[in-house]
Design a protein. Structure first.
Length: 337
């Protein structure tokens, strides 16, 4: 049977678990998809604005912001501060040992532009290399659903970021954590964290690390248990994803960022404007699971109308950078299969 491609998004029948209806020509996700209306987006944005106004000023910072220095997070920070200028923001950039110099410069530049504090979260390179290598070698660290959403390496990296941002929010008594996730990455714009969920997520990630052979006894990657014990159960952080509610157009976002001083990266990677490990992570994931780790994110953007189907297909099938793959493989001391 020849490969079928969903008529609406970019998912195809060669991807494990994807079924294309012969009648409608749609994948199971598009068949059951109900787009969020402009009225619903306005409603969510109204709720977010009320929450930000109500809780600003209660902690050392109002927002702990995940800033990679890439286009989405740079734009997200700029837009957040523009929409809500009263916010006191701490932007945290995780140096995963593969972050580009341009991304660091862009992150610092964006913090200067919006007038917020910048914190670079660093960890021992050898520890990170070992962890990402073991994630690349693993096949059972994460659930099947998680493998659809991101590569094993990226799942590990983003889990570290989430753990440490929650930790920062608790320490600084910041009521909000903001990620610049698109509509393809974050279906829920508001996530009210509860103390038991924070502890549960920590324990789950600890088991996932153990699955790949990492014992994080020093809690380098995990939320420290002693910090969890200090949580005010009446004032746990709330995660916000406002970017999935704002108008999204990659080309316009990059144009706007360049206008205010953001530097276009020289990374030859269609899926990342900040990470030098991403191409290797994608290549590793495709070879292990026959799934492009960005397929579902891109499909979500196409499904929501934030990206054309043609743009999505082009992005999905763009050749991965061999120099970047070789560079990452050398650092991780791995052979390219």
């Amino acid at each position: 049977m020849s490969k079928l491609i969903c008529k609406k998004c970019i998912l195809d029948s060669d991807i494990p678990g994807i079924k294309i209806s012969e009648e409608s020509g749609l994948c199971q996700f598009c068949e059951n998809y109900t787009p969020i209306s402009s009225e619903e987006k306005k409603k969510y944005l109204g709720i977010i604005e009320n929450l930000l106004k109500e809780h600003s000023g209660v902690g050392e910072y109002d927002v702990i912001f995940a800033l990679s220095g890439g286009k989405d997070s740079s734009y997200g920070l700029y837009k957040l501060k523009k929409e809500y200028p009263f916010l006191n923001i701490l932007a945290v950039q995780f140096d995963n040992a593969f972050i580009s110099d341009t991304a660091v410069a862009n992150a610092k530049k964006m913090c200067e532009i919006v007038g917020c504090d910048y914190f670079k979260l660093t960890m021992e390179e050898k520890k990170l290399y070992d962890t990402f290598k073991k994630a690349a070698e693993s096949t059972n660290a994460y659930s099947k659903l998680a493998r659809y959403r991101a590569s094993d390496i990226c799942n590990t990296c983003i889990s570290i970021i989430k753990q440490k941002l929650i930790e920062q929010a608790i320490v600084h008594k910041a009521p909000f954590i903001v990620f610049a996730f698109t509509s393809g990455q974050a279906p829920n714009p508001i996530i009210d964290l509860q103390a038991n969920f924070i502890k549960w997520s920590r324990d789950i990630f600890e088991k996932q690390l153990q699955n790949i052979g990492i014992e994080d006894k020093d809690e380098i990657f995990l939320i420290k248990n002693e910090i969890i014990e200090t949580i005010n159960k009446e004032a746990t952080p709330i995660i916000l994803h406002p970017l999935c509610l704002w108008d999204y157009n990659e080309e316009k976002i990059v144009e706007n960022l360049i206008d205010i001083g953001w530097i276009p990266p020289k990374i030859s990677d269609s899926n990342s404007t900040n990470c030098l490990l991403n191409a290797f992570a994608c290549d590793n994931h495709i070879k292990k699971y026959e799934i492009h780790p960005y397929a579902f994110d891109i499909a979500g953007l196409v499904r929501s109308g934030d990206m054309t189907r043609e743009e999505g297909l082009d992005k999905l099938h763009k050749e991965l950078s061999k120099p970047l793959i070789e560079m990452a493989a050398k650092k991780l001391n791995m052979e390219i299969v």
